[in-house]
Design a protein around this ligand. Structure first.
Ligand code: UGA
Length: 331
């Protein structure tokens, strides 16, 4: 999607979240008209999400709506905001980035109702609206957690998904819904499977945030299992770049968006000790249900179709997250 192409009107759901706020900022800086929806679920403090969108709310080409996707009147929100003179706009110019979700792999046990509502029903409701309205692209933010626990690495989009957490099951159901609406109603869907995203504004339940904060506060870090589990950690800027380039991807595709290498939790701690110049206090606890041992993204398809080329370097990205967290804790 070209910069400064003002013909695009964009809806970002979950705009107050970690990824949604970064994506919306990039789009606003590129001069698009962006409409953001956020319902402030209580998964983590509202104040953090408010801070994420502080800058956005001051921008003239950004409009914010506090709405729940389960009840929002999309027609009203988008008609009011899309354009003063809709008849002049080319067809299929609305792009939807559907990032809103109930997050948390390990937190999803016993909470299937919240996950079903926010990840399945909300997605279906938005797709229903999309099928009746001409849109250019519907991007669905999915997750590496749909793959499940597998030794078949790297994970390629053709692998049989077998999630091992209720969260993963609901994200996969969202993918299937996208497929249904793409196949039956030609909703121009592209599905992106993000791999463990990190950087400034990371969610407070995620590993890097918890590790950095514990080290700042001289507390113990809980390591789930023995720390040899690996993740294909992906820097936020790469996620944003991959997501925006997916607007021009062929419809109906599923694409992995990963960092391109994987690192163990133990190695992450070494990098952090180096950045912070202090020893981490570790406490080993049992492996958490729903956690997979390894993730590794095969990004061949994204490289080919999106010209996706992740740039994030772990040391730099972690330093950026450290600096951001330091500044928010002392603000
Ligand atoms: C992350 C996100 O939280 C999910 O929302 C997303 O769907 C998923 O990535 C994905 O790739 O699709 P996860 O990989 O569990 O899930 O990310 P972290 O919470 O950052 O955990 C990374 C690793 O650190 C895991 O192996 C976890 O077991 C470990 N960890 C995490 C600990 O050892 N201790 C902790 O306190 C937290």
């Amino acid at each position: 999607m070209r910069k400064k192409n003002r013909s695009h009107k964009i809806l970002v759901t979950g705009v107050g979240g970690f990824i949604g706020s970064h994506l919306a900022e990039r789009l606003v800086k590129d001069q698009h008209e962006v409409i953001g929806i956020e319902c402030f679920t209580d998964y983590y403090p509202r104040g953090m999400k408010e801070k994420n969108i502080e800058w956005l709310k001051k921008q003239p080409n950004f409009k914010f709506h506090e709405e729940n996707l389960l009840t929002a009147d999309f027609g009203k929100i988008l008609k009011v905001s899309v354009s003063a003179s809709p008849s002049r706009l080319p067809e299929r110019q609305l792009v939807i980035f559907h990032l809103a979700a109930q997050a948390g792999v390990r937190a999803s046990w016993g909470e299937i109702e919240i996950y079903t509502e926010n990840n399945i029903r909300a997605t279906q409701r938005l797709l229903e609206w999309a099928k009746d309205n001409r849109i250019k692209k519907f991007i669905y933010a999915s997750s590496s957690s749909v793959y499940g626990d597998t030794d078949d690495l790297p994970m390629t989009e053709g692998n049989l998904p077998k999630p091992v957490s209720p969260y993963g099951v609901t994200k996969l159901a969202g993918e299937h819904l996208c497929y249904l609406y793409s196949n039956n109603y030609r909703v121009p869907v592209t599905i992106l499977r993000y791999f463990t995203v990190y950087g400034p504004r990371q969610r407070p339940d995620m590993a890097f945030y918890k590790f950095i904060r514990a080290m700042f506060e001289d507390r113990e870090i809980e390591i789930y299992g023995d720390g040899t589990q690996t993740r294909d950690f992906t820097y936020i800027d790469d996620i944003v770049a991959g997501t925006i380039s997916a607007v021009d991807a062929p419809d109906g595709e599923i694409l992995n968006i990963g960092g391109g290498t994987r690192t163990s939790v133990k190695d992450i701690l070494d990098v952090l000790e180096n950045i912070l110049q202090k020893k981490a206090k570790l406490k080993y606890v049992s492996v958490q249900k729903g956690d997979v041992k390894h993730t590794a993204a095969d990004i061949t398809k994204a490289r080919k179709l999106l010209k996706y080329n992740p740039q994030g370097k772990l040391e730099d990205g972690l330093s950026n997250e450290v600096n951001w967290l330091k500044s928010t804790l002392t603000r």
